[in-house]
Design a protein around this ligand. Structure first.
Ligand code: URA
Ligand code: CA
Length: 434
Protein backbone atom coordinates (compact mmCIF):
# COMPACT_ATOMS: atom_id res chain seq x y z
CA UNK A 1 0.00 0.00 0.00
CA UNK A 2 1.22 3.49 -0.79
CA UNK A 3 0.15 6.29 1.48
CA UNK A 4 0.10 8.82 -1.38
CA UNK A 5 -2.45 6.67 -3.25
CA UNK A 6 -4.66 6.40 -0.18
CA UNK A 7 -4.59 10.20 0.19
CA UNK A 8 -5.67 10.56 -3.46
CA UNK A 9 -8.41 7.97 -2.99
CA UNK A 10 -9.87 9.91 -0.06
CA UNK A 11 -9.35 13.23 -1.83
CA UNK A 12 -11.48 11.91 -4.70
CA UNK A 13 -14.25 11.06 -2.24
CA UNK A 14 -13.88 7.29 -2.34
CA UNK A 15 -14.17 5.16 0.79
CA UNK A 16 -11.08 3.52 2.31
CA UNK A 17 -11.45 -0.10 3.40
CA UNK A 18 -10.61 -1.35 6.89
CA UNK A 19 -7.18 -2.76 5.87
CA UNK A 20 -6.23 0.61 4.40
CA UNK A 21 -7.39 2.44 7.51
CA UNK A 22 -5.54 0.02 9.81
CA UNK A 23 -2.40 0.48 7.71
CA UNK A 24 -2.61 4.27 8.04
CA UNK A 25 -3.39 4.31 11.79
CA UNK A 26 -0.77 1.71 12.62
CA UNK A 27 1.88 3.35 10.42
CA UNK A 28 1.23 6.78 11.88
CA UNK A 29 1.30 5.55 15.50
CA UNK A 30 4.59 3.73 14.85
CA UNK A 31 6.11 6.88 13.36
CA UNK A 32 6.43 5.28 9.89
CA UNK A 33 4.01 7.68 8.22
CA UNK A 34 5.11 11.32 8.51
CA UNK A 35 2.96 14.18 9.83
CA UNK A 36 2.75 15.81 6.37
CA UNK A 37 1.07 12.79 4.81
CA UNK A 38 -1.29 12.26 7.73
CA UNK A 39 -2.14 15.99 7.68
CA UNK A 40 -3.12 15.75 4.00
CA UNK A 41 -5.23 12.69 4.70
CA UNK A 42 -7.00 14.37 7.64
CA UNK A 43 -7.78 17.40 5.47
CA UNK A 44 -9.20 15.10 2.77
CA UNK A 45 -11.38 13.45 5.46
CA UNK A 46 -12.42 16.89 6.69
CA UNK A 47 -13.77 17.81 3.21
CA UNK A 48 -14.97 14.41 1.99
CA UNK A 49 -16.25 12.90 5.24
CA UNK A 50 -16.31 9.18 5.98
CA UNK A 51 -18.95 6.48 5.61
CA UNK A 52 -20.29 4.76 8.73
CA UNK A 53 -18.12 1.73 7.92
CA UNK A 54 -14.98 3.84 7.49
CA UNK A 55 -15.69 5.66 10.76
CA UNK A 56 -16.15 2.36 12.63
CA UNK A 57 -12.93 0.96 11.12
CA UNK A 58 -11.03 4.11 12.13
CA UNK A 59 -12.43 3.85 15.66
CA UNK A 60 -11.42 0.20 16.06
CA UNK A 61 -7.94 0.80 14.66
CA UNK A 62 -7.40 3.64 17.14
CA UNK A 63 -8.97 1.68 20.02
CA UNK A 64 -6.54 -1.22 19.48
CA UNK A 65 -3.47 0.97 18.86
CA UNK A 66 -2.18 0.47 22.42
CA UNK A 67 -3.21 -1.24 25.64
CA UNK A 68 -6.86 -2.16 26.04
CA UNK A 69 -8.68 -2.95 29.27
CA UNK A 70 -9.83 -6.55 29.50
CA UNK A 71 -13.09 -6.66 31.44
CA UNK A 72 -14.13 -10.10 30.20
CA UNK A 73 -13.74 -11.51 33.73
CA UNK A 74 -16.73 -9.46 34.87
CA UNK A 75 -20.11 -11.15 35.23
CA UNK A 76 -22.13 -8.36 33.61
CA UNK A 77 -21.71 -6.00 30.70
CA UNK A 78 -19.84 -2.88 31.87
CA UNK A 79 -21.91 0.20 31.03
CA UNK A 80 -19.89 3.39 30.58
CA UNK A 81 -21.24 6.91 30.62
CA UNK A 82 -19.50 9.77 28.85
CA UNK A 83 -20.17 13.48 28.51
CA UNK A 84 -18.72 15.54 25.67
CA UNK A 85 -18.01 18.20 28.29
CA UNK A 86 -20.29 20.43 30.30
CA UNK A 87 -20.02 23.10 32.97
CA UNK A 88 -21.21 22.18 36.52
CA UNK A 89 -21.92 18.66 35.29
CA UNK A 90 -21.61 16.20 38.18
CA UNK A 91 -23.80 13.52 36.58
CA UNK A 92 -20.97 10.97 36.28
CA UNK A 93 -20.02 11.24 39.97
CA UNK A 94 -23.61 10.80 41.09
CA UNK A 95 -24.63 8.20 38.51
CA UNK A 96 -21.71 5.80 38.93
CA UNK A 97 -22.82 4.66 42.44
CA UNK A 98 -26.50 5.32 41.75
CA UNK A 99 -26.62 3.05 38.67
CA UNK A 100 -24.46 0.47 40.49
CA UNK A 101 -27.03 0.41 43.30
CA UNK A 102 -29.60 -0.61 40.66
CA UNK A 103 -27.47 -3.56 39.53
CA UNK A 104 -25.57 -1.92 36.65
CA UNK A 105 -21.90 -2.97 36.36
CA UNK A 106 -19.83 0.21 36.59
CA UNK A 107 -16.18 -0.45 35.74
CA UNK A 108 -14.69 2.85 34.78
CA UNK A 109 -11.14 3.56 33.70
CA UNK A 110 -10.69 7.24 33.39
CA UNK A 111 -8.05 9.72 32.32
CA UNK A 112 -7.20 13.12 33.79
CA UNK A 113 -7.17 15.31 30.73
CA UNK A 114 -7.52 19.00 30.14
CA UNK A 115 -10.48 21.22 30.91
CA UNK A 116 -12.08 23.72 33.24
CA UNK A 117 -12.08 21.17 36.08
CA UNK A 118 -10.22 17.90 36.51
CA UNK A 119 -11.56 14.56 35.32
CA UNK A 120 -13.62 12.11 37.39
CA UNK A 121 -10.39 10.66 38.83
CA UNK A 122 -9.17 14.05 40.05
CA UNK A 123 -12.56 14.82 41.61
CA UNK A 124 -12.67 11.51 43.50
CA UNK A 125 -9.18 12.20 44.86
CA UNK A 126 -10.62 15.10 46.83
CA UNK A 127 -12.22 12.50 49.14
CA UNK A 128 -9.70 11.96 51.99
CA UNK A 129 -7.80 8.69 51.50
CA UNK A 130 -9.42 7.79 48.17
CA UNK A 131 -7.10 5.68 45.96
CA UNK A 132 -7.52 5.75 42.19
CA UNK A 133 -4.57 3.54 41.26
CA UNK A 134 -5.84 -0.02 41.42
CA UNK A 135 -4.18 -3.06 39.92
CA UNK A 136 -6.17 -4.90 37.26
CA UNK A 137 -6.83 -7.69 39.80
CA UNK A 138 -8.03 -5.28 42.51
CA UNK A 139 -10.22 -3.51 40.00
CA UNK A 140 -11.94 -6.71 38.80
CA UNK A 141 -12.33 -8.06 42.35
CA UNK A 142 -13.97 -4.85 43.53
CA UNK A 143 -16.42 -4.75 40.62
CA UNK A 144 -17.34 -8.39 41.26
CA UNK A 145 -17.97 -7.63 44.96
CA UNK A 146 -19.76 -4.29 44.89
CA UNK A 147 -20.59 -3.62 41.21
CA UNK A 148 -18.43 -0.53 40.98
CA UNK A 149 -14.82 0.58 40.64
CA UNK A 150 -13.34 3.73 39.15
CA UNK A 151 -9.62 3.79 38.46
CA UNK A 152 -7.09 5.95 36.67
CA UNK A 153 -5.83 4.31 33.52
CA UNK A 154 -2.32 2.90 33.79
CA UNK A 155 -0.66 3.04 30.38
CA UNK A 156 -1.90 5.06 27.47
CA UNK A 157 -5.23 4.04 26.03
CA UNK A 158 -5.62 4.66 22.30
CA UNK A 159 -2.20 6.27 21.65
CA UNK A 160 -3.17 6.69 17.97
CA UNK A 161 -5.94 9.06 19.07
CA UNK A 162 -3.55 11.09 21.23
CA UNK A 163 -1.17 11.52 18.32
CA UNK A 164 -3.89 12.23 15.75
CA UNK A 165 -5.69 14.68 18.05
CA UNK A 166 -2.47 16.65 18.56
CA UNK A 167 -1.99 16.80 14.77
CA UNK A 168 -5.63 17.81 14.14
CA UNK A 169 -5.24 20.58 16.68
CA UNK A 170 -2.56 22.28 14.56
CA UNK A 171 -3.88 21.48 11.06
CA UNK A 172 -7.42 22.86 11.19
CA UNK A 173 -9.00 19.40 11.22
CA UNK A 174 -10.58 19.14 14.67
CA UNK A 175 -14.16 20.07 13.61
CA UNK A 176 -14.95 16.97 11.59
CA UNK A 177 -17.81 14.76 12.81
CA UNK A 178 -16.26 11.39 11.85
CA UNK A 179 -12.94 12.42 13.42
CA UNK A 180 -14.51 13.65 16.67
CA UNK A 181 -16.86 10.66 16.90
CA UNK A 182 -14.09 8.11 16.32
CA UNK A 183 -11.77 9.93 18.75
CA UNK A 184 -14.28 9.77 21.61
CA UNK A 185 -15.50 6.24 20.90
CA UNK A 186 -11.99 4.78 20.48
CA UNK A 187 -11.14 5.78 24.06
CA UNK A 188 -14.38 4.28 25.43
CA UNK A 189 -13.80 1.00 23.57
CA UNK A 190 -10.15 0.81 24.64
CA UNK A 191 -11.32 1.32 28.25
CA UNK A 192 -13.42 -1.83 27.97
CA UNK A 193 -16.93 -0.40 27.70
CA UNK A 194 -19.48 -3.06 26.75
CA UNK A 195 -22.27 -0.52 26.33
CA UNK A 196 -22.08 3.25 26.29
CA UNK A 197 -24.41 6.11 27.28
CA UNK A 198 -23.27 9.35 25.70
CA UNK A 199 -24.33 12.78 26.90
CA UNK A 200 -23.78 15.01 23.87
CA UNK A 201 -23.92 18.61 25.03
CA UNK A 202 -25.07 21.48 22.88
CA UNK A 203 -25.23 25.23 23.49
CA UNK A 204 -23.02 28.20 24.29
CA UNK A 205 -21.16 26.27 27.02
CA UNK A 206 -20.49 23.22 24.82
CA UNK A 207 -18.10 22.16 22.11
CA UNK A 208 -21.09 21.77 19.71
CA UNK A 209 -22.80 25.17 19.76
CA UNK A 210 -25.70 24.17 17.55
CA UNK A 211 -28.21 21.37 18.24
CA UNK A 212 -28.17 20.15 14.63
CA UNK A 213 -24.39 19.58 14.76
CA UNK A 214 -24.74 17.88 18.16
CA UNK A 215 -27.41 15.55 16.72
CA UNK A 216 -25.09 14.66 13.82
CA UNK A 217 -22.24 13.88 16.23
CA UNK A 218 -24.59 11.81 18.39
CA UNK A 219 -25.85 9.83 15.39
CA UNK A 220 -22.27 9.21 14.21
CA UNK A 221 -21.27 7.82 17.63
CA UNK A 222 -24.37 5.63 17.89
CA UNK A 223 -23.56 4.24 14.42
CA UNK A 224 -19.99 3.46 15.52
CA UNK A 225 -21.42 1.60 18.50
CA UNK A 226 -23.68 -0.41 16.22
CA UNK A 227 -20.83 -1.23 13.83
CA UNK A 228 -18.43 -2.24 16.63
CA UNK A 229 -20.77 -4.36 18.73
CA UNK A 230 -21.18 -1.87 21.63
CA UNK A 231 -24.78 -0.87 22.25
CA UNK A 232 -24.70 2.90 22.39
CA UNK A 233 -27.35 5.47 23.24
CA UNK A 234 -26.85 9.22 22.97
CA UNK A 235 -28.79 11.86 24.88
CA UNK A 236 -28.47 15.30 23.28
CA UNK A 237 -28.74 17.75 26.19
CA UNK A 238 -28.58 21.46 26.78
CA UNK A 239 -25.45 23.36 27.81
CA UNK A 240 -26.59 26.95 27.36
CA UNK A 241 -26.50 27.25 31.15
CA UNK A 242 -24.56 25.34 33.82
CA UNK A 243 -26.26 22.07 34.74
CA UNK A 244 -25.80 22.16 38.50
CA UNK A 245 -24.43 24.88 40.75
CA UNK A 246 -20.85 23.77 41.50
CA UNK A 247 -17.80 24.15 39.26
CA UNK A 248 -14.62 22.73 40.79
CA UNK A 249 -13.41 19.35 41.98
CA UNK A 250 -14.30 19.07 45.69
CA UNK A 251 -17.26 21.38 45.12
CA UNK A 252 -18.65 18.98 42.49
CA UNK A 253 -18.12 15.99 44.78
CA UNK A 254 -20.14 17.85 47.40
CA UNK A 255 -22.91 18.48 44.86
CA UNK A 256 -22.92 14.81 43.79
CA UNK A 257 -23.33 13.87 47.47
CA UNK A 258 -26.29 16.25 47.67
CA UNK A 259 -27.83 14.48 44.66
CA UNK A 260 -27.39 11.08 46.33
CA UNK A 261 -28.85 12.40 49.59
CA UNK A 262 -31.96 13.39 47.65
CA UNK A 263 -31.38 17.10 48.30
CA UNK A 264 -31.23 18.24 44.67
CA UNK A 265 -34.03 19.15 42.31
CA UNK A 266 -34.10 20.74 38.90
CA UNK A 267 -32.01 20.18 35.81
CA UNK A 268 -29.13 18.27 37.41
CA UNK A 269 -31.49 15.69 38.93
CA UNK A 270 -33.58 15.48 35.75
CA UNK A 271 -30.55 14.77 33.58
CA UNK A 272 -29.24 12.17 36.06
CA UNK A 273 -32.61 10.41 35.72
CA UNK A 274 -32.56 10.56 31.90
CA UNK A 275 -28.99 9.30 31.57
CA UNK A 276 -29.34 6.79 34.40
CA UNK A 277 -32.48 5.35 32.77
CA UNK A 278 -30.52 4.66 29.58
CA UNK A 279 -27.76 2.96 31.65
CA UNK A 280 -30.34 0.66 33.29
CA UNK A 281 -31.95 -0.18 29.95
CA UNK A 282 -28.59 -1.01 28.30
CA UNK A 283 -27.69 -3.19 31.31
CA UNK A 284 -30.98 -5.07 30.93
CA UNK A 285 -32.23 -3.90 34.34
CA UNK A 286 -35.30 -2.11 32.97
CA UNK A 287 -37.49 -2.48 29.90
CA UNK A 288 -38.22 1.19 29.28
CA UNK A 289 -37.57 4.67 30.65
CA UNK A 290 -40.68 4.67 32.87
CA UNK A 291 -39.61 1.50 34.66
CA UNK A 292 -35.95 2.62 34.76
CA UNK A 293 -36.76 6.01 36.31
CA UNK A 294 -38.97 4.32 38.92
CA UNK A 295 -36.07 2.01 39.88
CA UNK A 296 -33.71 4.98 40.09
CA UNK A 297 -36.16 6.97 42.25
CA UNK A 298 -36.56 4.00 44.56
CA UNK A 299 -32.78 3.57 44.93
CA UNK A 300 -32.48 7.26 45.76
CA UNK A 301 -35.33 7.54 48.26
CA UNK A 302 -34.53 4.27 50.04
CA UNK A 303 -30.95 5.48 50.60
CA UNK A 304 -29.47 2.57 48.59
CA UNK A 305 -27.73 4.92 46.14
CA UNK A 306 -26.01 6.77 49.00
CA UNK A 307 -25.16 3.44 50.68
CA UNK A 308 -23.50 2.28 47.42
CA UNK A 309 -21.44 5.48 47.37
CA UNK A 310 -20.32 4.68 50.95
CA UNK A 311 -19.28 1.12 49.92
CA UNK A 312 -17.48 2.48 46.86
CA UNK A 313 -15.55 5.09 48.86
CA UNK A 314 -14.59 2.56 51.57
CA UNK A 315 -13.49 -0.05 49.00
CA UNK A 316 -11.05 2.45 47.50
CA UNK A 317 -9.60 3.53 50.84
CA UNK A 318 -11.59 6.73 51.24
CA UNK A 319 -13.40 8.04 54.31
CA UNK A 320 -17.19 7.56 53.85
CA UNK A 321 -17.79 10.07 56.67
CA UNK A 322 -17.68 12.75 53.91
CA UNK A 323 -21.19 11.65 52.97
CA UNK A 324 -22.48 13.06 56.26
CA UNK A 325 -19.92 15.77 56.72
CA UNK A 326 -18.82 17.42 53.48
CA UNK A 327 -16.60 19.77 55.51
CA UNK A 328 -14.07 16.89 55.38
CA UNK A 329 -13.47 17.73 51.70
CA UNK A 330 -10.67 20.18 50.88
CA UNK A 331 -11.79 23.77 51.42
CA UNK A 332 -10.39 26.90 49.85
CA UNK A 333 -8.88 29.42 52.26
CA UNK A 334 -10.83 32.40 50.90
CA UNK A 335 -14.08 33.22 49.22
CA UNK A 336 -15.57 36.23 47.49
CA UNK A 337 -19.24 36.79 46.73
CA UNK A 338 -20.54 38.54 43.65
CA UNK A 339 -23.89 40.11 44.49
CA UNK A 340 -26.80 41.51 42.48
CA UNK A 341 -26.34 45.25 41.82
CA UNK A 342 -30.15 45.76 41.63
CA UNK A 343 -33.43 43.80 41.51
CA UNK A 344 -34.12 41.74 38.38
CA UNK A 345 -33.46 38.31 36.92
CA UNK A 346 -30.19 36.39 37.01
CA UNK A 347 -28.86 35.84 33.51
CA UNK A 348 -25.90 33.63 32.66
CA UNK A 349 -24.63 35.18 29.45
CA UNK A 350 -21.57 33.02 28.91
CA UNK A 351 -21.46 29.54 30.44
CA UNK A 352 -18.08 28.72 28.90
CA UNK A 353 -16.55 31.75 30.63
CA UNK A 354 -17.62 30.38 34.03
CA UNK A 355 -15.63 27.24 33.27
CA UNK A 356 -12.68 29.32 32.12
CA UNK A 357 -12.72 31.40 35.32
CA UNK A 358 -12.70 28.19 37.41
CA UNK A 359 -9.70 26.96 35.44
CA UNK A 360 -7.84 30.26 36.06
CA UNK A 361 -8.41 29.77 39.80
CA UNK A 362 -6.66 26.40 39.48
CA UNK A 363 -9.64 24.00 39.25
CA UNK A 364 -8.61 22.63 35.85
CA UNK A 365 -5.62 22.02 33.63
CA UNK A 366 -4.68 24.46 30.92
CA UNK A 367 -1.72 22.26 29.93
CA UNK A 368 -1.09 18.56 30.54
CA UNK A 369 1.42 19.33 33.31
CA UNK A 370 -0.70 21.95 35.15
CA UNK A 371 -1.26 21.18 38.84
CA UNK A 372 -4.88 21.15 39.98
CA UNK A 373 -6.14 22.77 43.19
CA UNK A 374 -8.97 20.46 44.28
CA UNK A 375 -10.51 23.01 46.67
CA UNK A 376 -11.09 26.00 44.40
CA UNK A 377 -13.94 26.84 42.06
CA UNK A 378 -17.30 28.54 41.84
CA UNK A 379 -20.69 28.00 43.33
CA UNK A 380 -23.78 29.56 41.78
CA UNK A 381 -26.24 30.94 44.31
CA UNK A 382 -29.08 31.17 41.80
CA UNK A 383 -30.05 29.39 38.65
CA UNK A 384 -30.38 31.10 35.30
CA UNK A 385 -33.64 33.08 35.14
CA UNK A 386 -34.20 33.28 38.93
CA UNK A 387 -35.63 36.51 40.37
CA UNK A 388 -33.00 38.29 42.49
CA UNK A 389 -33.01 41.23 44.89
CA UNK A 390 -30.32 43.88 45.05
CA UNK A 391 -27.43 42.69 47.27
CA UNK A 392 -28.32 38.97 47.06
CA UNK A 393 -25.35 36.67 46.32
CA UNK A 394 -25.30 35.43 42.70
CA UNK A 395 -22.10 33.48 42.83
CA UNK A 396 -19.30 32.66 45.28
CA UNK A 397 -15.68 32.35 44.18
CA UNK A 398 -13.60 29.92 46.28
CA UNK A 399 -9.88 30.58 45.91
CA UNK A 400 -6.49 29.98 47.47
CA UNK A 401 -4.18 32.15 45.42
CA UNK A 402 -4.95 35.83 45.79
CA UNK A 403 -3.10 36.78 42.59
CA UNK A 404 -5.49 34.69 40.51
CA UNK A 405 -8.63 36.39 41.79
CA UNK A 406 -8.74 39.70 39.85
CA UNK A 407 -8.71 38.13 36.37
CA UNK A 408 -11.26 35.49 37.34
CA UNK A 409 -13.60 38.11 38.83
CA UNK A 410 -13.23 40.29 35.73
CA UNK A 411 -14.28 37.35 33.52
CA UNK A 412 -17.16 36.45 35.83
CA UNK A 413 -18.51 40.00 35.87
CA UNK A 414 -18.70 39.84 32.07
CA UNK A 415 -20.24 36.36 32.07
CA UNK A 416 -23.21 37.03 34.37
CA UNK A 417 -25.72 39.84 34.68
CA UNK A 418 -28.94 40.95 36.31
CA UNK A 419 -31.50 41.89 33.65
CA UNK A 420 -34.98 43.49 33.83
CA UNK A 421 -36.74 40.82 31.74
CA UNK A 422 -36.73 37.12 32.66
CA UNK A 423 -34.43 35.29 30.21
CA UNK A 424 -35.94 32.45 28.18
CA UNK A 425 -35.79 28.89 29.55
CA UNK A 426 -33.81 26.31 27.63
CA UNK A 427 -35.15 22.81 27.06
CA UNK A 428 -33.05 20.15 28.85
CA UNK A 429 -33.10 17.12 26.55
CA UNK A 430 -33.32 17.67 22.79
CA UNK A 431 -33.31 14.10 21.61
CA UNK A 432 -32.46 10.54 22.65
CA UNK A 433 -30.82 8.56 19.85
CA UNK A 434 -30.70 4.79 20.24
N1 URA B 1 -13.00 15.22 22.33
C1 URA B 1 -12.26 14.17 21.93
O1 URA B 1 -11.94 13.29 22.73
N2 URA B 1 -11.88 14.10 20.65
C2 URA B 1 -12.20 15.04 19.73
O2 URA B 1 -11.84 14.91 18.58
C3 URA B 1 -12.96 16.14 20.16
C4 URA B 1 -13.35 16.20 21.47
CA1 CA C 1 -4.70 -2.14 15.56
Amino acid sequence: MRVAELIVKKREGLALNSQEIEYLVHGYTQGEIPDYQMSALLMAVFFRGMTEEETAALTLSMATSGETADLSALPGLAVDKHSTGGVADTTTLALAPWAASCGVTVAKMSGRGLGHTGGTIDKLESIPGFRTSLTQAEFIKQVREINIAVAGQSGSLAPADQKLYALRDVTGTVESIPLIASSIMSKKIAAGAGAIVLDVKTGSGAFMKNPEEARKLARAMVAIGKNSGRRTVAVVSDMNEPLGSAIGNALEVEEAIQVLRGETKGRLLQLCLSLGAQMLILAGKAADTVQAEALLQDALHSGRALQKMAEFISAQGGDPAVLENTALLPRAAFNREITAPFDGYFFIKDTQALGYAAMLLGAGRERKDSVIDLAVGLKLGKRNGAAVKSGEPLLTVYYNREERLPEAVKILEQAIAVVPVKPADHPLVYEIIA
